[in-house]
Design a protein around this ligand. Structure first.
Ligand code: S3P
Length: 428
């Protein structure tokens, strides 16, 4: 598919964004292993979460959607999951594959997880190593590439120093930890998103957080309480709308009900340093997660330096920040973000190449980029998403300020996390 985006000014609107992708995956998984019926409203109805939903069904969990869009999940308990009779297709979703590997490592049966060509070329050794230390048996292609075959059961708990600040790695180990009879520790080099910890705690699991260390005590083999959860809007999706408001002239946008968990709001902190006119309104808590309305107005941005502990708090927004940096005063430097090279695509390479086609000046580093600001982007050309939803959406936002707009090829990937994106952008 191709997405055509026209140059725009004077956007004045009020919107909401789809449910948080990370929380949606976790809701389906934890509801599936809880004892009893969970209710999930605001679930992200995008391809990635549907991969998780279909797999939970293949593991024997009944999931239905009522007329109001609420999902009802009949949790079978951790011991109620059954051996799947077929390969578990994770599609494009790293969260599905890595978190479910942890969950399945603890179950006394055999399962095979596979994905699309992007997912099957992303590193899985980062979860195979700790899960194998917990005594799961896992086979992979080459050095840790999916498809993965897992023979689970009889795990022991570990104290694991994770070499990467990754919520997927952390969550995989914690979900495996539920099936041990001991205390599992995960130590992270920097804090990554903490939705798994929050949700496990809400389900009654004995879990404690001390700085960057998470301690999960499952000595009593926990029974998880069912959830009644209303999922907030995804700040990673809201970020695209925020960017649209900032870089188009004479614009004002209100985005309602966005999740503002502090492990995810690095983008707001970076934008504040860049001089963005943002107002966080109506802050409240729902289902244990903070949420707020975000108002944004056109702003003259300035360059920023992004590195260190801020990186995991805005990792998914870095391609978008690279676009914003082309419109800011000065030179923006992004470092410590080598993780971007192993996302749905190599995001450093992809965003640099596509923004350069519009005339941006970007130098690539192994772990980041240097981006020259104050660049009028040329348009009237075709760019590619490389099958990566966040690259596709970033380029669509670039089209709003490029002379003559742009066409984004392979735009169907946007359905991974933001199904109504095209409609929303065209109606802005
Ligand atoms: C996610 C964690 C992050 C993020 C991804 C979703 C999650 O990945 O980039 O989009 O839901 O746990 P890493 O754990 O690989 O950093």
């Amino acid at each position: 598919m191709k997405l055509q985006v026209e140059n725009k000014t004077r956007i004045d609107t009020k919107v909401s964004v789809p449910g948080d992708k990370s929380i949606s995956h976790r809701s389906l998984m934890l509801a599936g292993i809880a004892n009893g019926q969970s209710r999930i409203s605001g679930l992200l109805e995008g391809e990635d979460c549907f991969s998780t939903l279909k797999i939970m069904k293949k593991l024997g969990v009944d999931i239905t959607r009522d007329n109001s869009g609420t999902y009802l999940v009949e949790g079978k308990g951790l011991n109620g999951l059954k051996e799947p009779t077929d390969i578990l297709d994770c599609g494009n979703s790293g969260t599905t594959m890595r978190l479910l590997s942890g969950l399945l490592a603890g179950r006394p049966f055999y399962s095979v997880l596979s994905g699309d060509s992007s997912l099957n070329s992303r590193p899985m050794d980062r979860i195979i190593t700790p899960l194998t230390k917990m005594r799961a048996q896992i086979w992979s292609r080459q050095e840790g590439l999916a498809p993965l075959s897992i023979k689970g059961g009889n795990l022991t708990s570990i104290n694991y120093d994770s070499p990467v600040a990754s919520a997927q790695v952390k969550s995989s180990i914690l979900l495996a930890g539920l099936s041990t009879k001991g205390i599992t520790y995960v130590n992270e080099p920097a804090q990554s998103r903490d939705h798994t910890e929050k949700m496990l705690k809400a389900a009654g699991v004995d879990i404690q957080i001390d700085g960057n260390t998470i301690k999960l005590n499952s000595s009593g083999q926990p029974e998880l309480k069912p959830l009644d959860i209303k999922i907030p809007g995804d700040i990673s999706s809201a970020a695209f709308i925020i960017a649209a408001g900032l870089i188009t002239k004479n614009s004002k946008i209100l985005i309602k009900d966005v999740g503002v968990n502090q492990t995810r709001t690095g983008i707001l902190d970076a934008l504040e340093i860049m001089g963005a006119d943002l107002t966080i309104k109506n802050k409240r808590t729902s289902s244990g997660e903070p949420l707020a309305d975000i108002q944004v107005q056109s702003s003259k941005l300035k360059a920023v330096e992004i590195s260190g502990e801020l990186v995991p708090r805005l990792i998914d927004e870095i391609p978008l920040l690279a676009l914003l940096a082309t419109q800011a005063d000065g030179v923006t430097v992004i470092k410590d973000a080598a993780e971007l090279r192993v996302k749905e695509t190599d995001r450093i390479k992809a965003i640099s190449s596509e923004l350069r086609k519009l005339g941006a000046e970007i130098e690539e580093y192994p772990d980041g980029m240097k981006i020259k600001g104050n660049t009028q982007l040329k348009g009237g050309i075709e760019v590619d998403s490389f099958g990566d939803h966040r690259i596709g959406m970033t380029m669509a936002i670039a089209g709003l300020v490029a002379e003559n707009g742009i066409t984004v090829n392979n735009s169907e990937s946007i359905n991974i996390s933001f199904p109504d994106f095209e409609k929303l952008i065209n109606n802005l």
